[in-house]
Design a protein around this ligand. Structure first.
Ligand SMILES: C=CC1=C(C)c2cc3[nH]c(cc4nc(cc5[nH]c(cc1n2)c(C)c5CCC(=O)O)C(CCC(=O)O)=C4C)c(C)c3C=C
Ligand SMILES: [Fe+2]
Length: 430
């Protein structure tokens, strides 16, 4: 029996965009297995378009843009983050991979399959199928390249050495780092964020499938936030220590702030990264059992903020400007000297865009406690002037270190966005 499939080719029929959900609804109307000619399907959809299309349009973040999605776009409920090792030594295969990934990512973010769901019973289907019927879920796919893609073991692997940015180098070892190879480094990263974890997983799975023989998984980490459904007021999310996390972030709606803080500008370094950004990712375990035995005052002194309101200590409102000079009745600083807020803020001149997710990975087999914490992700224009000095201060002085351990780390240059017809990495490889 011939079935009409949701293929990349038929993603636009008669000028009508067809998403995973539409195609299923259409099949429902006509019945599974009904043969539909392109024009018949297009006609049917244009009749039904209205509701389904308008509710889904809101759940699509366009893939082709000046900047990649997943950086300043609204944070979704889930993340599936992977770091990959490139296994091919041929530059042309690497370039082809980025071209294939670009096409696939554009389809996936629109809620489409990367190929026919079941066209030939003698071959594995092109798309793995688990996202069929699901909405695009605001999926964003962000690609980055690590320092080891340029030079590894002193080898200029793909003739890219001349293009390596001075900022794209391994992070220094910070005091107290307890990094493990299993969560550190990588040649390429893919960050997939979506409001549905199955959609994010499906995206990563299919992109890695496309990379077979060219790149392989090095490490992977999922993460979550409270969902939009459970928090319709969209307040600042809370981390696993129960504190609001993300309050003092630069404003993603301010182009000026993003150009100052996040996007690489002409003249900053190599041209290929203009409109891209550097991502620092840290897998930070949080000792939640120890925290849960710590009294509230100590917890609040650790962060320098109230747990309930998220306001700085000695102040009223979550979003009030920090008053680092304010003292309490005992004559001590209201926001303690070793608190996370004071140390991460510093003199306020170094800013990063944080886009962190909590993670929970079952049990830490070494200790029997939860392996849970924060997949800390931050974007910036110049790591040596932003993440690195902040982390140097935190590693030396932050009271939060008593309750956390940095177990994984990596840096990537997230490429600029691509135009329709172009591909992610074009500026680097051409
Ligand atoms: C090097 C950068 C940072 C790391 C690593 C980091 C880890 C980390 N942070 C929290 C929880 C909170 N962080 C908060 C503020 C805050 N954190 C950083 C940087 C790093 N945090 C910055 C730059 C800031 C903002 C400073 C400012 O200007 O005020 C807060 C307070 C609320 C907020 O502003 O978001 C919390 C809570 C955890 C749990 C953690 C590691 C596990
Ligand atoms: Fe922090």
């Amino acid at each position: 029996m011939t079935k009409k499939m949701n293929t990349p080719e038929d993603s636009t029929l008669n000028g009508t965009k067809i998403s995973r959900r539409n195609i299923l609804k259409t099949a429902g109307v006509g019945g599974v297995g009904v043969i539909l000619g392109a024009s018949g399907l297009g006609g049917l959809l244009s009749l039904k378009e209205g509701k389904a299309a308008s509710s889904e349009t809101k759940e699509i973040i366009p893939f082709y843009d000046k900047h990649q999605g997943g950086i300043t776009t609204k944070t979704q409920n889930h993340i599936y983050f992977v770091s990959l090792d490139v296994t091919t030594s041929k530059k042309e295969e690497l370039v082809k991979l980025f071209k294939d990934w670009t096409k696939a990512a554009a389809l996936l973010t629109e809620g489409k399959a990367v190929g026919p769901l079941s066209s030939n019973e003698f071959l594995p289907p092109k798309d793995t199928g688990e996202a069929a019927g699901l909405s695009p879920s605001n999926l964003t796919i962000t690609f980055g390249v690590g320092p080891s893609l340029f030079v590894k073991d002193n080898q200029d692997r793909f003739g890219l050495k001349q293009k390596q940015s001075k900022e794209l180098v391994d992070l220094p070892k910070f005091p107290l780092d307890a990094l493990e190879e299993a969560w550190t480094g990588g040649d390429i990263c893919i960050q997939a964020c979506a409001d549905d974890l199955q959609v994010a997983f499906h995206a990563v799975r299919n992109l890695i499938r496309i990379a077979r023989g060219k790149a392989a998984l090095h490490w992977a980490q999922t993460g979550f936030q409270r969902t939009k459904q459970s928090d319709p007021k969209n307040e600042t999310p809370r981390n696993l220590f129960g504190f609001k996390d993300g309050t003092a972030n630069p404003d993603v709606n301010s182009e000026k702030q993003m150009n100052e803080t996040v996007w690489v500008q002409p003249g900053d370094g190599p041209n290929w990264l203009v409109n891209g950004s550097y991502l620092v990712v840290r897998r930070i375990q949080m000792f939640i059992e120890v925290w849960d035995r710590t009294n509230l005052r100590e917890q609040e002194n650790t962060f320098g903020r109230y747990r309930d309101s998220g306001a700085p200590l000695g102040q009223k409102d979550e979003f009030e400007r920090l008053d680092l000079e304010k003292k309490n009745e005992q004559g001590e600083y209201s926001i303690p000297v070793d608190s996370h807020t004071r140390q991460s803020h510093g003199d306020g001149s170094q800013k990063i865009l944080r886009r962190a997710y909590s993670y929970s990975d079952g049990m830490d087999m070494k200790t029997g406690s939860f392996d849970a914490g924060l997949l800390f992700l931050c974007f910036q224009r110049t790591p040596s002037k932003q993440f690195i000095p902040i982390q140097n201060r935190l590693a030396k002085m932050d009271k939060l270190n008593e309750y956390t351990s940095h177990r994984g780390s990596a840096i990537f240059a997230c490429l600029p966005g691509a135009k329709q017809g172009g591909f992610i990495g074009e500026t680097l490889f051409n």
